[in-house]
Design a protein. Structure first.
Lengths: 118, 114
């Protein structure tokens, strides 16, 4: 149980285009999902908290107009990188918590999306 | 906000020896401390976690200790094996139903020498 999927796993795009990444909780409902970014050989950095039915909460320094988050249902959150540039190339990982589980604090991570902007 | 420091950045140990990785955190409200193992290009995998109402937790060869007063927690791996080689991250957050994401340490590259 507690499986999180992401799509696509890898994407290459041209500079200036927008890319949408999907994060799904497959066997549980998630009112809250989290988006992280990881640069090569670096740690994971929390970008934003995605809240079902309301606006996302962004971490300091993360541009909300560049990284659009939509959490339209209890099992799906999307991250859209708008007008992507080479510096946005990174590994984007989502996570979700299953609050119905006894271990409700545990975050389950998706497999990540490798974004390369040319 | 929370700040998590992790040491060392690289740790090389002989197979069979023990490995210890240490982390400190800054926010006294944090009460959930997971440890993740990440292999190259893969998602982080939870290996053990601890809540602030517990001082120590053990799962076979892996143990975590927490000192709330000093705000530090450590990962202990005994009888290390080659498959333990990976990058390990500590993290901290305010749990208990809160909506806070995880603040990660910078990671430790653990190398098990055969």
């Amino acid at each position: 149980g507690a499986v999180v999927s992401q799509h696509p796993s890898r994407v290459i795009c041209k500079s200036g285009t927008s890319v949408k990444i999907e994060c799904r909780s497959l066997d549980f409902q998630a009112t809250t999902m989290f988006w992280y970014r990881q640069f090569p050989k670096k740690s994971l950095m929390l970008m934003a908290t995605s809240n079902e039915g309301s606006k996302a909460t962004y971490e300091q320094g993360v541009e909300k107009d560049k990284f659009l988050i939509n959490h339209a249902s209890l099992t799906l959150s999307t991250l859209t990188v708008t007008s992507a540039h080479p510096e946005d190339s990174s590994f984007y990982i989502c996570s979700a918590r299953d609050l119905t589980r006894e271990t409700g604090n545990e975050q389950f991570f998706g497999p990540g999306t490798r974004l390369t902007v040319l | 906000g929370e700040n998590v420091e992790q040491h060392p950045s690289t740790l090389s140990v002989q197979e069979g020896d023990s490995a210890v990785i240490k982390c400190t955190y800054s926010d006294s409200a944090s009460n959930y401390f997971p440890w993740y193992k990440q292999e190259l290009g893969k998602r982080p995998q939870l290996i053990i976690d601890i809540r602030s109402n517990v001082g120590e937790k053990k799962d076979q060869r892996i143990a975590v200790t927490l000192n709330k007063t000093a705000k530090h927690f450590s990962l202990h791996i005994t009888e290390t094996q080659p498959e333990d080689s990976a990058v390990y991250f500590c993290a901290a957050t305010v749990g208990g139903g809160g909506a806070d994401g995880l603040t990660f340490g910078k990671g430790t590259h653990l190398i098990i020498q055969p």
